[in-house]
Design a protein around this ligand. Structure first.
Ligand SMILES: *[C@@H]1O[C@H](CO)[C@@H](O)[C@H](O)[C@H]1NC(C)=O
Ligand SMILES: *[C@@H]1O[C@H](CO)[C@@H](O)[C@H](O)[C@H]1NC(C)=O
Ligand SMILES: *[C@@H]1O[C@H](CO)[C@@H](O)[C@H](O)[C@H]1NC(C)=O
Length: 307
């Protein structure tokens, strides 16, 4: 080996953390033999040495990892890591997989590298993910928006909190900002409260009259057609009074003044589309039941969990 070539190799090895892994505080990445990431390759190169793929990947702002096709010496640069899309991480004896450890741009942190969902960012970045504005697709392979992500949840209301009253069709409305399949939603209390009579006290989400079981809730997310979305219709209860429709529910772990209401995860996620209007109703107002002595207003932030 010529001195020049061995120097180059030393340099390459140190850059990818083989020589100085123990002296650095970050954990170096290792290649994973016999595996590759399917369906996220945006560029391929033929190279001399496998290590060259690492530099090719570092040079591309959207590169997150690469597959190396061993016999043909081909780098396949990927715009995802295996953590972001674990279901696409597949066995292949002819390749190995390597994640970029240094200089990798976090998924969703720049416009050139939008994520599919907040949940994908959480999967990709784990505990390193920060709550805040991230870039995501609002349409499949189309328009890109900046969305507020809190862990895997996407904040849906963008023009301030959504407020709903307890009578006179004072529902709150918000528009969906991303097309896709919603597994569930949550409401975070921001201010205010509602009541269903003057004597039994206020509640963020329900009616404190004892006939509503003490902890039952009445805050319902519907479509613009008033059809219930969350909780789903089958979870709604009635008081058994003839002529009255189901209009309240119980949610284990949540009560009148819970700071947030996380609905149960739907077995069949609901497909929603960008700009679709949704509404938040108080059960009495929704069904026009006993709303005369109701009052107050609750204001919330709305978050969705996409599949
Ligand atoms: C990521 O790569 C896929 C092809 O695997 C491509 O369709 C997609 O547009 C790329 N996304 C970005 C943000 O570069
Ligand atoms: C929802 O979208 C409709 C039509 O695009 C618009 O008229 C309405 O003001 C929007 N509502 C909210 C709460 O942004
Ligand atoms: C809920 O909070 C409101 C406002 O802080 C308070 O007036 C009310 O008594 C509380 N209700 C219950 C059932 O704890």
């Amino acid at each position: 080996m010529t001195p020049k070539l061995s120097l180059i190799i030393m340099f390459l090895m140190s850059r990818i953390g083989i020589l100085n892994a123990s002296s650095q505080c970050h954990t170096g990445e290792h290649s994973i033999g016999g595996m590759y990431l399917r369906g996220h390759t945006f560029k391929t190169y033929r190279v001399g040495l496998p290590e060259m793929c690492y530099f090719r990947c570092e040079e591309e702002v959207t590169c997150q990892s690469y597959n190396f096709v061993i016999a043909q010496k081909i780098c396949e640069l990927n715009n995802r890591t295996k953590e972001a899309t674990p279901e696409e991480f597949m066995p292949d004896q002819r390749r190995f997989y390597m994640k970029l450890s240094q200089n990798r741009v976090p998924l969703g942190s720049i416009k050139e590298l939008p994520a599919d969902t907040c949940g994908e960012i959480k999967a990709s970045e784990g505990d390193e993910m920060v709550d805040g504005i991230h870039w995501i697709y609002s349409e499949e392979n189309g328009e890109v928006i900046e969305a507020y992500c809190k862990e895997g949840w996407q904040k849906i209301n963008v023009k301030g909190p959504v407020c709903f009253g307890a009578k006179d069709n004072e529902y709150g409305s918000f528009n969906i900002t991303k097309s896709g399949r919603v597994k569930t939603m949550k409401l975070i209390h921001r201010s205010g409260s509602v009541h269903c009579n003057p004597t039994t006290g206020a509640s963020y989400w329900g009616c404190t009259n004892p006939r509503y079981g003490g902890g039952d809730l009445m805050t319902i997310i519907t479509g613009a057609d008033k059809k219930p979305f969350l909780p789903p219709a089958e979870d709604l209860k009635d008081l058994g009074i003839p002529g009255e429709n189901a209009h309240f529910y119980s949610l284990p772990g949540y009560h009148h003044n819970s700071t947030e209401l996380v609905f149960r995860t739907l077995v069949n996620p609901l497909f929603v589309f960008n700009n679709q209007e949704m509404q938040i109703w108080y059960g009495h107002d929704w069904m026009d039941l006993r709303e005369r002595d109701n009052g107050g207003k609750t204001c919330v932030d709305v978050y969705a969990l996409y599949a």
